[in-house]
Write a protein that binds this ligand. Sequence first.
Ligand code: SAH
Length: 348
Amino acid sequence: MRKKINILALSPEQFAVLLSGLGHPAYRAGQILVWLYQKGARSFAEMTNLPKSLRQQLSEFAEIGFLETVKRQVSRDGTEKYLFALADGQMVETVGLPYNIGYSACISTQVGCKMGCIFCASGLPGFGRNLSAAEILAQVLQIKEELSAQGKELKSLVLMGTGEPLDNFAAMVPFLEAVRDPQRLGMSLRHVTLSTAGLVPKIRELAALKLPLTLAVSLHASNNTLRDKIMPINKKYQMEELLAACDEYSKLTGRRITYEYTLIEGLNDGIKEARELALLLKKRACHLNLIPFNAVPELGLSPSPQPVMQAFVAALRSSGLKVTVRRRLGADIAAACGQLSNKMSGDC
Ligand code: SAH
């Protein structure tokens, strides 16, 4: 049997081509997009203003690639974690995070991860595969729909789930197009943050697109010797190269970079590191987001104690750097940063 076309991945233009191939006028594309993105239709049968013949053809040749919700867990703090099954049986996790201004969805871009950062759970099961743009978009649509059923609104997206988004660049571009297209999600890219371990050539490629997207860069170290030890990608792209690419990103997009730094006890949390970090960042158009380390039992690392963290923050702030500390959300259901690894698939 021929593989059906997943219409979640289609742009309005591609839609119009598909429809004309089926012998229908292009304006039907607009009607279908309203059903999909505004009315939350899950089947062609629901699209009652389309002729029956078109609905029939679409069910034969196309599909709406929603993901199967295998499990949903809710944290004490209101964070919601979903385990979704993809069509080939692989699984991904997506998280809905409550903030004062509304909800944020933390989206996965790959099954597993190749980066091998020593503090992160995402790569523990190994690398599965890249997600398609449609599979990434489906996570957003499904979280959005769940939230709106509870009277809540999705305000922002963070590409910080499992995987390295810039290692799946080919899917990122059509995904971001769908996010900002007024006929589809219609969300400003100013409310989207993409976090990367530091794939320098891809940061430069993204910069050239001049999207108003926030780029978050996982630094986690203040010098190459330390970063080489904890993030294998640093052996390929050293910090000087990475920071230069980030400067170019800021210059071309006019956006400040968010540098992420997870504080791990005894590893990167000393005053020496704080001072080195201040020297590296204080002249740059950036903001530093400190992340309390979230425990991953297999990794044998611990979060920095409160006083150590406070001293680290104070040393950085005294240098004039803009520093924030990320709120820890969803830790009781292993939904916090670095804890996603599809563990839920084992116990359901
Ligand atoms: N691949 C992307 C997205 C990772 S998740 C990247 O590397 O940036 C988002 C952030 O959480 C990253 O900065 C990541 O390094 C950090 N992180 C990973 N494991 C963590 C853990 N156990 N505790 C706290 N933060 C962690």
